[in-house]
Design a protein around this ligand. Structure first.
Ligand SMILES: *Cc1c(COP(=O)(O)O)cnc(C)c1O
Length: 335
């Protein structure tokens, strides 16, 4: 089976399993797990932030950030196709008690300064006031688009002019950094907090990071506890995360594979696929997508139905270039 549903399906490598077995551990709720502490320091440094916190999932990282930055009853500016808005169970309403205001960024998910300026609400006796701006890079549902640092900077400037903090959902920021050949700390330079996932393309079994200033992370530590995300000997999870981080340049292979897959699919009658920027391939189907995905599955290729005529295939470290060739033959047969 060639599983292209998501880059979260990767299994930990032997090296990751060994690192987990060998990890030095302690009680991380008391900040006494040396491996977690090392991971947090490493990621803070990579992202150019004062501190970072290890959290069980990307969703929790995003939700913690929203809670820390805002007051109950404010508004969050979110992109209409963003993960934090669409796929986190209305967590912004449930945990931080925010009202969402969506902006629509059909151009690769790039939220422009003008969109922010238009969407900002100044609080008064009637209006809630904007409490946070949420950005996403790569932008998953806009096709895994890698958004340039200058574009993120400009959006941040528009928010900061009104003293509104910006949180970056960087679940796949590692992919963006490789695709753009831009350091992670440059991509995150102007944002107030950033979340990134070790469990996606990097292939670690579990875990995400949320980073920001010392005081942000101190507050985030409390909210993590509140949400039940305080973990004990979490070094067994942090150790594979450190291994995954050290090997992040290999994401370029996933991007190459995604390009090859898209180019091949685009040659199949009834299917079309624009050239991907990272590891996410959106395939448009002339016929309905769901039965096509079923026929692919019957032939040993898994993808996910996105909309009535769009299928998503996601490349990752457990799928080789040869398997992409095999997948293409099966996809063509299914079509
Ligand atoms: C996967 C993902 C998340 C959430 O990560 P989980 O670890 O699955 O909770 C957040 N944002 C984006 C863009 C994602 O793709």
């Amino acid at each position: 089976m060639i599983d292209l549903r998501s880059d979260t399906v990767t299994r930990p490598t032997d090296e990751m399993r060994q690192a987990a077995a060998d990890a030095e551990v302690g009680d991380d709720v008391y900040d006494e797990d040396p491996t977690v502490n090392e991971l947090e320091a490493t990621v803070a440094d990579l992202l150019g932030k004062e501190a970072a916190l290890f959290v069980p999932s990307g969703t929790m990282g995003n939700q913690i950030a929203a809670r820390v930055h805002t007051e109950r009853g404010q508004e969050a500016i979110v992109e209409r196709e963003s993960h934090i808005y669409k796929w986190e169970l209305a967590g912004l309403a449930q945990h931080a008690q925010l009202q969402t205001r969506t902006v629509e960024a059909p151009n690769r998910g790039v939220v422009t300064p003008e969109m922010i300026t238009d969407a900002i609400v100044v609080g008064d006796d009637h209006k809630p006031g904007t409490g946070i701006v949420c950005l996403e890079n790569t932008h998953n549902n806009r096709g895994g688009t890698a958004i340039a640092a200058e574009e993120i900077d400009a959006t941040c400037e528009a928010a900061h002019e009104r003293e509104i903090p910006v949180h970056l959902d960087g679940a796949r920021l590692f992919n963006a950094a490789v695709a753009l050949d831009t350091p992670l700390d440059r991509l995150a330079r102007e944002v107030d907090s950033v979340m990134c996932c070790l469990s996606k393309g990097l292939g670690a079994p579990v875990g995400s990071m949320v980073a920001g200033s010392q005081s942000f992370v101190a507050d985030a530590h409390r909210v993590r506890k509140l949400l039940g995300g305080g973990m004990r000997q979490a070094g067994v999870l942090a150790a594979p995360g450190l291994v995954a981080l050290s090997d992040r340049d290999r994401l370029a292979d996933d991007h190459e594979n995604a390009k090859a897959l898209a180019a091949g699919v685009d040659d199949v009658p009834g299917l079309s696929a624009p050239e991907p920027e990272t590891n996410i391939v959106f395939v448009e189907t002339d016929d309905p997508a769901a039965p096509f995905v079923e026929r692919c599955a019957e032939r040993g290729v898994l993808g996910s139905t996105r909309t009535e005529h769009v299928v998503r295939f996601c490349t990752h470290r457990d799928v080789s270039a040869d398997e992409i060739e095999t997948a293409l033959e099966r996809i063509a047969d299914a079509a």
